[in-house]
Design a binder for this molecule. Structure first.
Ligand SMILES: Cc1cc2nc3c(=O)[nH]c(=O)nc-3n(C[C@H](O)[C@H](O)[C@H](O)COP(=O)(O)OP(=O)(O)OC[C@H]3O[C@@H](n4cnc5c(N)ncnc54)[C@H](O)[C@@H]3O)c2cc1C
Length: 437
């Protein structure tokens, strides 16, 4: 017997994974996606790495100096576009306020636990559902060119080793033995860290495969279905309004990426999530011609991931609001990454065949996602994963299903609770919900 009717809003990684976890937990689930297919927004062509090794939020202590230094530099890893500043004012202040050492470290630890749990869940789903999505299990190699950054990274790995993170520092020769592609740039590296438990995979293929498994089990995936508002009656979510009419549900899960913020605000629920643009480049490649591992380059803040017959380069963060312009300068930065990691590949790959893309990460101000209940009864949230949405998808969805069903949670949910950022919102939302009733 069904435990209730759940409407999941959003057909990206967060929504599809939520739908699966809730279906597994015994709920009758319908997933609502406004686009013509699933995973056409931020989950379409991301970096493809699943990295408990990178749980750190982007607002590390000192981030404001970095942002100032990079202001207006088209090739900067993190770029604030002055015209977009008004859209980030409150969020931006909270983003900077969360860059204290204490906040940064507690977010990093909470994220690590969620990432590690998420990979456990993903492996279980992969096996049980026979999911194929160009999986890579050799781990990531983080390349360092600056001795100070390398030292700092090794210290950070040590600080997380008590939580279970395994990272092996390598000198340039050992790095090149493990990843022959890097032999060419051996002289430029000071070292690398190998994270054997990280994985890689194509998020779009994963989403499509999961949609197929969901539908095969009777879960309805309604595309071309934009949710206009969540209907709240007497402080309780009772369904959603769409262009096609009202859809009732005993639970509504908001997993609409950065678009969640406005939909939630309309019922008085505040999440500190804004869009942060990133770019990727998908280059056709003979499987086996690229690197054996997913590679990240610390100095360029970008990754290069083999995904079957595609080599994916991804990175850069641009605070430019909802603007989806593909700026040539940002795409060039990804070509430079390729040249910096493998001059030979940069010369020989099929440049005209490469597909540039950009997407909007749903970024929370404190670097942790929002997972769980909202002040409106029956309304739940699963968003704000920023640069870790692929890594944390299966774990966040599983945690959400545990919270909704009242089961014991596998990890501590408190760091991801809505109430952490805005206690006043619980009172405000109760009032707004009353007004809607
Ligand atoms: C360049 C780049 C590289 C990245 N690399 C990595 C990586 O290597 N590893 C990693 O872990 N993460 C990575 N990420 C982050 C990750 O891709 C995102 O966190 C993740 O895709 C977010 O998924 P989502 O489901 O929350 O959002 P989305 O994928 O955007 O899904 C939200 C969905 O909600 C739908 N929607 C919105 N409003 C409505 C509405 N009103 N009604 C119905 N549907 C609605 C949208 O159409 C969309 O399909 C990267 C991101 C970028 C941009």
């Amino acid at each position: 017997m069904s435990r209730g009717d759940v409407l999941v809003v959003g057909g990206g990684l967060a929504g599809l994974a939520s739908a699966w976890a809730l279906h597994e937990a015994g709920y009758t689930v319908r997933l609502l996606e406004r686009r013509e297919d699933v995973a056409l927004e931020t989950s379409f062509a991301n970096g493809g790495i699943l990295t408990p090794s990178m749980p750190d939020p982007w607002n590390a202590p000192g981030v404001h100096w970095q942002l100032l230094r990079w202001l207006g530099r088209e090739d900067a890893p993190m770029l604030l576009r002055p015209r977009a500043i008004p859209g980030y004012v409150g969020w931006g202040l909270r983003f900077l306020a969360a860059s204290t050492s204490q906040s940064y470290h507690s977010s990093m630890q909470a994220n690590y636990r969620l990432c590690a749990y998420s990979l456990e869940r993903l492996r279980a789903w992969r096996t049980a559902l026979k999911l194929e999505y160009a999986v890579g299990t050799r781990g990531t190699l983080e390349v360092y060119r600056n001795p100070q950054s390398f030292e700092q990274a090794v210290a950070e790995v040590r600080s997380l080793s008590s939580l279970g993170l395994v990272g092996e520092p390598l000198d340039p020769a050992a790095t090149a033995r493990l990843e022959p592609l890097l032999d060419e740039i051996r002289g430029d590296m000071v070292g690398a860290i190998h994270f054997p438990a990280d994985e890689s995979g194509d998020a779009l293929l994963f989403c499509r495969a999961l949609r197929e498994r969901l539908e095969a089990r009777g879960v309805r995936v309604l595309v071309n279905t934009a949710v206009r508002t969540v209907r709240v009656t007497a402080g309780t979510a009772v369904g959603v309004e769409t262009a096609g009419g009202f859809l009732p549900g005993s639970h509504v899960v908001m997993a609409g990426g950065p678009w969640s913020t406005a939909l939630l605000a309309a019922c008085g629920v505040h999440v500190d999530v804004r869009p942060v643009k990133g770019y990727s480049l998908s280059i056709p490649i003979d499987p086996g011609a690229g690197p054996r591992h997913a590679l990240s380059d610390d100095s360029l803040h970008a990754v290069m991931t083999p995904l079957g017959a595609t080599l994916r380069l991804a990175g850069t963060a641009e605070f430019s609001g909802w603007d989806m312009t593909l700026r040539p300068g940002r795409v060039q930065a990804l070509w430079r990454l390729l040249a910096a990691l493998s001059p030979t590949l940069a010369r020989t790959v099929d440049r005209p065949g490469a597909r540039p893309w950009c997407g909007l990460r749903p970024m929370s101000a404190d670097g942790r996602p929002y997972i769980g209940a909202t002040p409106v009864a029956g309304l739940y949230v699963n968003t704000g994963h920023g640069h870790l949405g692929w890594t944390q998808a299966a774990g966040s969805a599983s945690l959400l299903a545990q919270l909704i069903s009242g089961a014991a949670t596998a990890i501590d949910p408190r760091p991801f609770a809505l109430s952490r950022t805005e206690r006043r919102a619980w009172r405000g939302a109760a009032r707004t919900a009353e007004q809607h009733s």
